[in-house]
Design a protein around this ligand. Sequence first.
Ligand code: ADP
Length: 396
Amino acid sequence: MNVLVINAGSSSLKYQLMNPETGDVSAKGLCERIYIDGRLTHKVGDNKVVKDIPMPSHSEAIAAVLDILVDPVDGVIKSVDEIDAVGHRVLHGGMEFSDSCIIDDAVIAAIEKCIPLGPLHNPANLMGIRACQAVMPSTPQVAVFDTAFHMTMPPKAYRYAIPTEYYENDDIRRYGFHGTSHKYVARRTAELVGKKEFKMINCHLGNGSSLCAIKDGKCQDTTMGLSPLAGVPMGTRSGDIDACVVQFICNKYGMSVDDCLNMLNKKSGVLALSGVSSDFRDLEAGQAEGNENCVLALNKFFYEVAKYIGAYAAALNGVDVITFTAGVGENGPETRQGICDYLEFMGVKLDAEKNKCRGKEMLISAPDSKVQVWVVPTNEELMIAQDTAELVNAAK
Ligand code: ADP
């Protein structure tokens, strides 16, 4: 089976053509500068092709992707009919979606209804869906939501302690994000530890970061909230912050709430604390040169992630497995060590040699550690392809 996985952003569109059974990727790429001019970068194995193609909208971007997939030289399939289904990443499913689903008119209307919750991403995701429907009308399309995995949270985790009317009238609550990644890592970890019933805390640490408390494969709590701004500090996001900070800054500097939120999303986090970069490799280089701001940024990050692990160990009443995933989680031994140093009281002990691993599945805790610690590289595209295949096969 061939599933085309689409992740449409406001001016970009990423794609992968993959086999959901084996995880083999036959081709992948990126359309950039949609609405500006348009550039396609297409990769098959180690071969890379870059083409400037006018993309006045997402429709032309999708058309360019399909054209290159069937191209006699750079393509990997003979005809678009060989694409059995399309899986779309959709940011916000609000309270409408607790699982992936086959796209029909009602699903499109429900994704539209969630636009106020995901104002930047949902419209772009919808453009990707509509563009695919236009050029391949008989191919089934599936929506996979970043929020869906978290819909098993109990009310005590998802409700904010604010007047009920905002929840009842406006759906204001914790939703959480990175759900496709947390779901993939939860499933893969169950296979790795050979158990279905266990308590785990997954640390998705990338440019955006979130933690998820998972019991028997189901989300119990997560650090992001109504939006991805909440939780631990990130590359450029502040993470949790007292709402009065917004009031103070807006009043003192005559800033609008939108501008202040833009500052908290794009100019904060480890970028702000270090004054150097949002990239952990730059922070580690700065630390090695004795830059105290880089040291502070890294320490703040380790501290806040460890604090949430402690909180989630309490929320789950124990923890059997801690997993690290995404860019920093998979590739940052220093970060993993820095976080786990706080967790000695829980009996967490890393194997220093095994913790040197980068980008591959590995049990990195010592044999006498009370909690298993794993690196489990995430694969959101594979999760999207698998959900898509499952739904399309079940509908046959
Ligand atoms: P996104 O949230 O954009 O998907 P990623 O999961 O790709 O982000 O993570 C990006 C982060 O991963 C960057 O901060 C980068 O520094 C970090 N990273 C990648 N490789 C390494 C490495 N070898 N050591 C430390 N950090 C790394």
